[in-house]
Design a protein around this ligand. Structure first.
Ligand code: GLN
Length: 439
C-alpha cells in the first residue's frame, strides 16, 4: 500500500462510519487507537503487506484492549486480554484495526438479527437482512467503512453475508488459518476468513492470516503461499463441476443469475461438467446436530464466574435453543441416536464432496438458496432460518475451502456465486473469482 497516507485513509473511514453507521449498525465498538496506529504506519514504525489497510474484526475474535462480546450480553463487558493469532499477524503486517463488527449472537444465525446490540442493515439492499453471522463484517465492507474485514464461518457465516451484501469472502480449508483467539461456535467447523470488496485484497489478507501456528494442534503444517502474487484470471482448461441438486433447492431467480456467471466462465475457456451430490440436503440436519453438541460444550465456560454473566440467564432465544438441544443430545442415552449418526453422515457428506472434486478443479453454484428477507419479518420457525445454510454447510462438514463473489442481482438484491475446491486449493477459488471480476 506504498504511498498511501494511513492516517488520512483511516480518518476518512472513521468519518464515514460516524456519519452512516447509525443506519447500518455494522460496528459494535470503534478502536480508539486507530488513528495512533495509522500514524505509526506513516512514520514507518509499522510496515508490511497490509500497511495502511483498514480492517474490521468480527466481535468473536480477540483484539487486545477491545471488547470481544460475541454480540451477547453474556460478554458485554469482556475486554480481550490478548490478540488472536490472526490479529498478531494483521498487526505485524501494518494493518490498522478500525473496530469490532456486529454479528449474530455467538455466531448463531444467518441473518444478522440476533445481536444483543441490534440488527444490522444491508447496505447493498437497505431494509433487508445483510445475512449472518458475520453480518457487521460484510456490511462494513459493503458500506465502504473499511478495506477488509475478518469474519468466521462455521456453516456459512462468511459466505452468506458476502452473498447478500455483494462483496467477496472466503472460508479457508479447515486448519489453514489459526483459530487461537476465536471464541468457538463449533470448533471442529469454525474457520476465520477475509471479506473484502476486491479479490486482490481478499487474497492478500488470506496470505497474511494463513499458516501453521505451534500453539494449536489443528493448524496444518503447510508452507506459506502468496495468493495475491499468483492471482491469474486465465482459467482456460479449468474443469467446473455443477450439481443438478443445486437447482432443486434454489430459488429459480437466483439460479438464472448463477447460470449467467457459468456462461461467463465457459466463455473464458472453462469446461462445465455435471457432478452428483445426492446427499446435499442431508448436510443441514447433520450440521445442526454437530453444532448443538459442540456449542453446548463450548458455552460451559460462561458460567457467570469467570467471564461476564451466566449465559443461560442473559442470552437470546436462538442461543438458548442451541444450548438446551445440545444438552439434550449430549446425554449418554441419546448419543448413539443423534450425535453418532450425525458424525456418520458427516463422513458420508465429506466423502461425497471430495469424490465429486476428484474429477473437477472447482464446484460452482449458488451460495444461499433464497433471497434475504426484509428486516422486521417475524420468523418463528427456526427451520426456516436454518434453510439459508443449506448450500454452505457442506464445505464446513468436509473441511474444504469455499469462496463467494457477486454474480448479479435479483430486483436490486445481490446474489453471490459460491466456488468450492479441494483442501488447500484456495488459489483456484481465487483465480475463478479473479476471472469473474475481470470479465
Ligand atoms: N447460520 C449458521 C448457524 O447458525 C452458520 C453460522 C456460522 O457459520 N457461524 O449455525
Amino acid at each position: 500500500m506504498g504511498g498511501i497516507n494511513a492516517v488520512q485513509r483511516t480518518s476518512t473511514y472513521l468519518e464515514k462510519v460516524e456519519e452512516k453507521d447509525p443506519e447500518i449498525n455494522s460496528f459494535i465498538e470503534i478502536n480508539p487507537k486507530a488513528i495512533k496506529e495509522a500514524k505509526q504506519v506513516d512514520e514507518g514504525k509499522r510496515k508490511g503487506r497490509l500497511a495502511g489497510l483498514v480492517v474490521g474484526v468480527k466481535s468473536n475474535i480477540n483484539v487486545k484492549g477491545l471488547r470481544a462480546t460475541c454480540a451477547s450480553k453474556t460478554l458485554e463487558n469482556y475486554i480481550s486480554p490478548y490478540d488472536a493469532t490472526v490479529i498478531e499477524r494483521v498487526k505485524a503486517e501494518g494493518g490498522v484495526i478500525i473496530g469490532m463488527t456486529n454479528m449474530d449472537e455467538f455466531a448463531c444465525g444467518s441473518s444478522g438479527e440476533t445481536s444483543y446490540f441490534g440488527e444490522t442493515n444491508n447496505p447493498a439492499a437497505l431494509g433487508r437482512i445483510p445475512g449472518g453471522s458475520s453480518s457487521g463484517s460484510a456490511a462494513a465492507v459493503a458500506a465502504g467503512f473499511c478495506d477488509v474485514a475478518l469474519g468466521s464461518d462455521t456453516g456459512g457465516s462468511i459466505r452468506n453475508p458476502s452473498s447478500h451484501c455483494g462483496v467477496v469472502g472466503l472460508k479457508p480449508t479447515y486448519g489453514l488459518v489459526p483459530r487461537y483467539g476465536l471464541i468457538d461456535l463449533a470448533m471442529s467447523l469454525d474457520q476465520i476468513g477475509p471479506i473484502s470488496r476486491d479479490v486482490y485484497t481478499l487474497a492478500l489478507m488470506l496470505e497474511v492470516i494463513a499458516g501453521y501456528n505451534p500453539k494449536e494442534a489443528t493448524t496444518l503444517k503447510v508452507s506459506k503461499k502468496e495468493y495475491s502474487k499468483h492471482l491469474n484470471s486465465d482459467i482456460s482448461g479449468y474443469k467446473i463441476g455443477v450439481a443438478k441438486e443445486f437447482e432443486k433447492v434454489t430459488d429459480p431467480r437466483i439460479m438464472k443469475i448463477i447460470k449467467k456467471s457459468l456462461k461467463v466462465l465457459e466463455s473464458r475457456g472453462a469446461e462445465i461438467k455435471e457432478i452428483f451430490l445426492p446427499n446435499l440436503e442431508k448436510g443441514l440436519p447433520t450440521y445442526y446436530l454437530c453444532v448443538f453438541v459442540e456449542f453446548f460444550s463450548a458455552t460451559r465456560k460462561f458460567d457467570g464466574r469467570r467471564y461476564g454473566y451466566r449465559i443461560e440467564e442473559v442470552c437470546g432465544k436462538e442461543v438458548l435453543r442451541r444450548i438446551l438441544l445440545g444438552k439434550y443430545i449430549s446425554q449418554k442415552e441419546y448419543s448413539g441416536k443423534y450425535y453418532k449418526r450425525a458424525l456418520q453422515f458427516r463422513s458420508l457428506i465429506k466423502e461425497e464432496l471430495l469424490k465429486a472434486l476428484e474429477g473437477v478443479d472447482v464446484i460452482v453454484g449458488p451460495t444461499v438458496p433464497k433471497l434475504p428477507h426484509k428486516l422486521g419479518t417475524e420468523i418463528e420457525d427456526p427451520l426456516v432460518m436454518y434453510g439459508y445454510d443449506l448450500l454452505t454447510v457442506p464445505a464446513n462438514l468436509a473441511g474444504i475451502p469455499a469462496g463467494v463473489i457477486k454474480s448479479g442481482e435479483v430486483g436490486g438484491v445481490p446474489v453471490g456465486l459460491q466456488i468450492q475446491a479441494k483442501p488447500l486449493d484456495e488459489q483456484k477459488i481465487l483465480n475463478v473469482m479473479f476471472a469473474l471480476e475481470n470479465s
